[in-house]
Design a protein around this ligand. Structure first.
Ligand code: MG
Length: 391
């Protein structure tokens, strides 16, 4: 089998969006003035899709969502010529070729997201050629179903509304959920109190047997995190996510060494080397790469093996098929993220509007259909009139 064509499309949402609430989540911009803009930076309403066509007439689908217009240019200009004419079953060679050819500028961030999209499409092709789901090519089924956590619950000063949303997830059968933290260092002691108030209220609603996770989205500083962790540790959090910016690895290590709350991170880290560094520096208790950023399925599988050896759980960012497939094939992954299907708000929801076939949990568990070859998703034509598509 040979790859004969590479096509890229950017899907830009032009339909209705759910307006953001004040302080619905922190972000790395919170340290700066202009709060309004800091919330805007947390929303992204476009996605990149790559299609690889083969001489057998198969089409492999890949995707990434970081700066999709730039990812499109990178694939069109730099990566497509490297994979055309090649056999998708040489995925390791192709990954190394894409990585090494772009290493001067592509190692982390958008360059690696573009490589990830192509690599995911390559694995989709491998599965489609073999008529097997991707997880069967990675080691197969290691669990009956994927336990999922509900990942939305944006911070809300109206506690009644906040708890009503949480209760909805319990009613759907979820036994784990993640809330967003609304306040950071620039919000002073009142912000600290409000953050704690929401965590406390959720724990009281949930009782002792539910996993509660806290998402900071890089919105804290090390000093702030050290101040607040002792105050929230009593609520038995399964993890505190991205408390500081991803480049502050020693900050992560310091917070982990406090041994108060497990520290999760990695959704903004890239490649096997990136996770080797995080593990060696004892920076994280939970590995959260996203397959469509970290380097694709080729890299995700290597990190899973590394994580298994170090006994660090892998709970990828975002769920979605490119992550569920790798979670199913490793014992290192005990639970998966699931973004509830919802109106277009932050942007994660777009996946459900662009693709068909992403599984929805039942009573908190996802099963993967082992008769669906490849990734198991296809492009949807249901919402095409709501998108501007740049080809
Ligand atoms: Mg996160």
């Amino acid at each position: 089998m040979k790859i004969t064509a590479v096509r890229t499309k950017v899907y830009e949402w032009k339909g209705d969006v759910v307006p953001p609430r004040a302080h619905f989540s922190g972000s790395a911009m919170d340290l700066l003035p202009h709060k309004k803009e800091s919330m805007a930076s947390f929303r992204f309403h476009s996605w990149l899709v790559v299609e690889l066509e083969t001489d057998e007439g198969l089409i492999g689908l890949g995707n990434c969502a970081l700066a999709p217009r730039i990812a499109k240019e990178i694939i069109d200009l730099y990566l497509a010529p490297l994979v055309i004419g090649e056999d998708p079953f040489d995925n390791e060679y192709l990954w190394q070729k894409m990585y090494r050819a772009t290493i001067a500028w592509g190692r982390k961030g958008i360059g690696m997201a573009a490589i990830s999209a192509v690599d995911i499409a390559i694995w989709d092709l491998k599965g489609k050629h073999c008529k097997l789901p991707v997880f069967k090519l990675l080691g197969g089924q290691t669990k009956n179903a994927l336990r999922c956590y509900a990942s939305k619950l944006y911070a809300n000063d109206n506690l009644d509304e906040f708890l009503k949303e949480a209760k909805g997830y319990f009613d759907e059968g979820f036994t784990a959920m993640k809330l967003r933290i609304g306040y950071g260092p620039s919000d002073g002691p009142e912000g600290v109190r409000r953050n704690i108030e929401q965590i406390k209220a959720l724990r009281e609603l949930a009782g002792p047997d539910v996993d509660i996770m806290v998402e900071c989205y890089m919105g804290w500083t090390l000093e702030y995190a050290k101040h607040i962790l002792p105050k929230i540790a009593r609520y038995d959090l399964r993890w505190v996510e991205e408390p500081v910016i991803p480049d502050d690895i020693s900050g992560y290590s310091e917070l982990k060494a406090m041994n108060l709350c497990p520290i999760a991170g990695g959704e903004h880290e890239y490649t096997l080397q990136g996770f080797k560094d995080l593990i060696e520096r004892k920076a994280i208790d939970v590995i959260q790469y996203d397959t469509n950023r970290v380097g694709g399925i080729t890299v995700a599988q290597k990190i899973n093996n590394l994580a298994e050896a170090y006994q660090i759980p892998v709970i990828p960012h975002s769920g979605m098929m490119h992550n569920y497939q790798v979670c199913m094939a490793t014992t290192a992954s005990p639970i998966s993220e699931f973004f509830p299907v919802y109106g277009v708000e932050v942007g994660n929801e777009l996946f459900y509007y662009i693709f068909e076939g992403d599984p929805i949990p039942e009573r908190g568990f996802i099963t993967l259909d082992d008769t669906k070859p490849g990734l198991g998703v296809s492009l949807s034509d249901k919402y095409l009139d709501k998108f501007r598509i740049i080809e």
